[in-house]
Design a protein around this ligand. Structure first.
Ligand code: FE2
Length: 293
C-alpha cells in the first residue's frame, strides 16, 4: 500500500496523502449511513456543541461518555440562544463520535481493513488498536473551524503513539475547509494535554510554551479529492478553517494507538470494560475470515 519513499515522506513531514485509498462505493456507504444516523437522532435530548476553541464548554457528561457510544454533536452556529435549531436537522450536526468503528457495521467495515492495517504497520504502528472514530460533516455555510492542535493533546498515551487516519468522503477544498498541516511540525513538543479533572469535568494543562503554527500562513493546505486518506502523526499541528461555502466537506477519521503504550485513566475517552479496544490488523483479518467462511 505504501512505498519506502512514502514512509520516508511521512517520517519527514508528519503526514502522508494517499489518493484513491478508499473506494467510491465505501465512501458512499459511509455517507449514507451517517445520514441515517442523523435522521434517527432525536435532537431534543442532546444539545452538545463541539468546538476545540472552547473545550470546557463541551466537557459535559454527553461528551465524556461518548467514547464508547455513537453520539451526535451540534454545530455551534446551528443552535439559537434558546437551544432551537437555526438550520434543518440534517445540516445541524458537526460530528458523530466516538465509537462508530466498533458499534456500527458500516463504519466497522470501513475501518477494519487489511489495507489500513498494512499502512499502519508500514508507518510504525504494527500493533495498532482502533481507539476513536468521528464522522465530520463540515456543513455548508456554518461548518466550524477546528483550531490548530495536535491529536496527542486529546488522545495521549505513554509513550505518545496516536496516529490519525483521515478520509475525505467528499472533495476537500480550500473553499469548504480542507485540512492544513505544518510539514515537519511533528518533531516539535506536545504543547497541551486535555484530560479529566480530579473534581469532575476536564482541564487543559500546558506542557510546553512553544506556540503552535499560526493558521493559515504557517501551515500548508491539503486539498484532496474524495477517497483520499491522509495519515497524521499524533504530534503534527493541523487545522481546518470554517466552511462558508455552499458545499459540505464530509470526512471520517479513525485514531489508533499502540497496544504497547500505556493508556491513562485521566484521558477523557474511556470505554466500558466489556468493550475493549480491538486490534486493527487482528479484527480486519477476523472479518475477512468470517466473510469468506
Ligand atoms: Fe485532529
Amino acid at each position: 500500500m505504501v512505498s519506502d519513499g512514502q514512509v520516508a515522506d511521512f517520517q519527514r513531514d508528519g503526514f502522508l496523502v494517499l489518493e484513491g485509498f478508499a473506494r467510491p462505493g465505501a465512501c458512499a456507504a459511509a455517507r449514507e449511513r451517517a445520514e441515517e444516523i442523523v435522521e434517527a437522532f432525536e435532537p431534543s435530548s442532546h444539545r452538545t456543541v463541539f468546538t476545540t476553541n472552547d473545550q470546557v464548554r463541551v466537557s459535559d457528561e454527553l461528551f465524556l461518555s461518548s467514547g464508547d457510544r455513537i453520539t451526535c454533536f451540534f454545530e455551534e452556529e446551528a443552535l439559537a440562544p434558546d437551544g432551537t435549531l437555526t438550520v434543518p436537522k440534517e445540516q445541524s450536526i458537526n460530528k458523530i463520535g466516538h465509537a462508530l468503528h466498533d458499534l456500527d457495521p458500516v463504519f466497522e467495515r470501513f475501518s477494519y481493513t487489511p489495507e489500513l492495517a498494512e499502512v499502519a504497520a508500514a508507518i510504525g504502528l504494527p500493533d495498532a488498536l482502533a481507539l476513536q472514530s468521528m464522522y465530520i460533516f463540515k456543513q455548508p455555510s456554518i461548518g466550524g473551524e477546528v483550531g490548530c492542535h495536535q491529536d496527542a493533546t486529546f488522545l495521549w498515551t505513554d509513550p505518545i503513539s496516536v496516529v490519525g487516519f483521515w478520509f475525505a468522503l467528499e472533495d476537500a477544498t480550500l473553499e469548504n475547509g480542507c485540512l492544513w498541516a505544518a510539514p515537519g511540525g511533528h518533531r516539535g513538543p506536545l504543547r497541551q494535554l486535555f484530560r479529566r479533572a480530579a473534581g469532575g469535568g476536564t482541564e487543559m494543562e500546558t506542557l510546553d510554551e512553544t506556540p503552535l503554527p499560526r493558521p493559515p500562513d504557517e501551515l500548508q493546505p491539503l486539498p484532496v479529492p474524495a477517497g483520499t486518506m491522509i495519515v497524521l502523526d499524533g504530534l503534527l499541528p493541523h487545522w481546518s478553517d470554517a466552511n462558508r461555502s455552499p458545499r459540505s466537506r464530509h470526512a471520517y477519521s479513525l485514531h489508533c494507538i499502540s497496544a504497547a503504550a500505556a493508556y491513562p485513566a485521566s484521558n477523557w475517552l474511556q470505554r466500558a470494560e466489556d468493550m475493549p479496544l480491538r486490534s486493527l490488523a487482528g479484527h480486519a483479518a477476523a472479518r475477512r475470515e468470517g466473510s469468506s467462511a
